[in-house]
Design a protein around this ligand. Structure first.
Ligand code: GSH
Length: 197
């Protein structure tokens, strides 16, 4: 596998996932701040939008952190990072796996750009609705599926961490404690150590 990445980006989600799985993966640095680097044909063949992370695995090409984490969890079932099809937690897992890129990300953009709120017509509802839903989801803990850590936590954990880093959240004890639990995982620590030039 080849993972296209750049330090201090959403690529850390895929890097963390690879470390959780402990599988071999070649990392290819693409400086997303350099237009020429982003035009690299090998990279663009894998990432048509020119974004990181992007993953090449044989003929399979993925260019979204959510898709990459979901794909890897299913490809390496022995790591137990995805409830199997038919498991009672599979539905909740898929719901939360998609929540980061379908709901949190656009809700964060709404908040940061102070866009008008239109909770009924916007697919993500609103920033406040997203937060209330996430808080309720994490209330049981320690992970989003309860006792079981999954690929959904890789996505949600980085999002909670980003929101704290960007100072979007004032005081969110549940989310901050969750983010701390995520970033304390040895696999996250290994990914963070690699997430430098
Ligand atoms: N939905 C995508 C978004 C990826 C994304 O926007 N990545 C940014 C870095 S955090 C990027 O590559 N930006 C470069 C560009 O758009 O030119 C994902 O989560 O993978």
């Amino acid at each position: 596998m080849k993972l296209y990445w750049c330090p201090k980006t959403r690529a850390v989600r895929a890097m963390w996932m690879v470390e959780e799985l402990g599988v071999p993966c070649e990392r290819v640095l693409i400086d997303i701040r350099d237009a020429a680097a982003k035009d690299d044909p090998g990279f663009r063949a894998v990432s048509p939008m020119g974004k990181v992370p992007a993953l090449e695995d044989g003929a399979t090409r993925l260019w979204d952190s959510g898709a990459i984490c979901g794909y890897l969890a299913d490809q390496y079932p022995q790591a137990g990072l995805a409830p199997a099809i038919g498991h009672p937690d599979r539905g909740a897992y898929l719901q939360w796996l998609l929540f980061t890129n379908a709901v949190i990300e656009p809700a964060m953009a709404e908040k940061l750009s102070q866009s008008p709120v239109s909770a009924v017509s916007h697919g993500w509802g609103s920033f406040d609705l997203m937060m209330a839903t996430l808080r309720a989801g994490l209330a049981r803990g320690p992970w989003i599926l309860g006792e079981r850590f999954s690929a959904a936590d890789v996505l949600l954990g980085t999002s909670c961490s980003f929101m704290r880093q960007f100072k979007i959240l004032e005081d969110e004890p549940v989310l901050f404690a969750y983010a701390d639990s995520c970033t304390a995982r040895p696999a996250f620590q290994r990914a963070a150590a690699l997430d430098v030039r």
